[in-house]
Design a protein. Structure first.
Length: 434
């Protein structure tokens, strides 16, 4: 590399975003994830041993997945090849893997293949990786924001260590701000000063994402006029520089499932405030309101059932109304329905009843329908076994309806909750008056 190349590289680096300029080169510069990079912890031990195994880094955006992969490559001496699962096809992947194999065979050069968003790889792409990882021809480091146990095939998972990266803590983000303000690669040349409220606001808006934090800090610094040779940034400057808090939500990922799960469990737990909170989080993150409404229809039967038979009607009406009205007004309809369901008496008796009956059905045990319950046009029906028409007996008459093989079954067990308490009393009165 000559002087012109060095000058060009320096210029390119100075033009890079703050988050890229501040990217750590070793563990001493790395912030956060002490549970895996701290002294004596797994990744720390690996780096000190000079060994690298295939791994998948799993965690939210901006917590150090790519940086850790680059640190591993730099300290281990491995060749580092980075691709994105979003833009790379099977052909490109196979070419890279063949190059890595040749480098190892002819030059004794080992390769770390870093695949960003590895969960986006389809089955054929993941299958193409497998033999190279299995034979040690390439060391795979994947990065994903989605649960790899759901998104990566089991054969590939079994050959990788799953490393869970946690959201950065407030003190981690504060340290990043201080470094960015004081280091040459950062904003030292701008002489930036932040009020304590400005720091807190930056941390809040970043949503535990280091990249977002540094990008927001840089925007605030570059868009705030200087005074007397320094740039003083307060809370208002930060808020005016960053339009909206980063939302940690992926409609196809864990946040999608976690929020709808918390929403359902809050309604089940009869907490209307929590239910509305999670509803608001989902709507604010762009969740499909019809998806939420469909889940409330299911909830109305699964968790309320006969304890409040009106619940399913309210939920279905909610779905129809949201479909007609749309957002933003549809939020009110969803809120009303969520509060109604959350404050309704609860029973899962209907849910348990059908699941227990299905369990018997799936076992495939043969059964005989009583003759008097069969279609009277069936030639095999014995007309001597007459069906007792309940209305001829005042609405109820003792008669066996279950097949003799299942006569001991009790699928529906109503609970002393809401309308089901009346059902219990009704069934009890029938038994007592026969």
């Amino acid at each position: 590399m000559d002087l012109f190349d060095l000058a060009a590289e320096k210029k390119n680096k100075s033009n890079a975003p703050l988050a890229e300029r501040m990217r750590p080169k070793n563990l001493d510069e790395f912030v956060g994830q002490s549970h895996i990079v701290g002294e004596g912890k797994y990744l720390n031990r690996l780096l000190k041993s000079g060994r690298v195994f295939s791994m998948i880094f799993y965690g939210p955006p901006g917590v150090g997945k790519t940086t850790l992969a680059e640190i591993f490559a730099g300290l281990s001496g491995y060749k580092f090849v980075r691709i994105s699962a979003v833009t790379s096809g099977v052909k490109e992947l196979r070419e890279l893997l063949k190059t890595a194999e040749d480098d190892l065979k002819f030059n004794n050069v080992k390769t770390i293949l870093f695949i960003d968003e590895i969960h986006r790889f389809n089955k054929s792409q993941q299958d193409a990786l497998l033999p190279f990882v299995e034979k040690g021809l390439v060391t795979l480091i994947g990065a994903t924001t989605e649960n790899p146990y759901f998104e990566v095939n089991s054969a590939l998972l079994s050959r990788c260590q799953i490393i869970n990266l946690e959201p950065l803590k407030e003190e981690d983000l504060l340290l990043l701000i201080e470094r960015a303000l004081s280091e040459e690669n950062g904003l030292k040349h701008l002489n930036v000063r932040l009020s304590e409220d400005a720091k807190k606001t930056l941390i809040l808006l970043a949503g535990n994402d280091a990249r977002s934090l540094l990008n927001n800090l840089e925007i605030a610094a570059l868009s705030t006029p200087g005074r007397n040779g320094e740039i003083i940034i307060d809370k208002t400057d930060v808020e005016n520089s960053v339009m909206k808090k980063k939302v940690l939500y992926d409609k196809n990922g864990n946040s999608h499932y976690d929020n709808i799960s918390a929403f359902i469990k809050s309604m089940r737990g009869t907490d209307p405030d929590a239910a509305v909170f999670y509803l608001a989080q989902m709507l604010n993150s762009g969740e499909d309101p019809k998806f939420i409404a469909r889940r409330m229809i299911i909830f109305a039967s699964e968790d309320i059932g006969c304890a409040n038979p009106m619940a399913i009607q309210v939920a279905v009406s909610c779905f129809d109304a949201v479909n007609i009205v749309g957002l933003p007004e549809g939020r009110i309809i969803l809120s009303q329905c969520a509060i109604y369901l959350a404050t309704s008496p609860k029973s899962n008796a209907s849910y348990i009843a059908i699941d227990e009956a299905l369990r018997d059905a799936r076992e495939g045990k043969s059964y005989t329908i009583p003759m008097y319950l069969r279609d009277k046009h069936n030639p095999s029906v014995n007309n001597e076994e007459n069906y007792k028409y309940p209305h001829s007996y005042g609405g109820y008459v003792r008669q066996d309806y279950l097949p003799i093989e299942f006569r001991d079954r009790k699928y529906f067990r109503p609970k002393s909750s809401g309308e089901e308490e009346k059902i219990i009393e009704f069934l009890k009165n029938i038994e007592e008056n026969l």
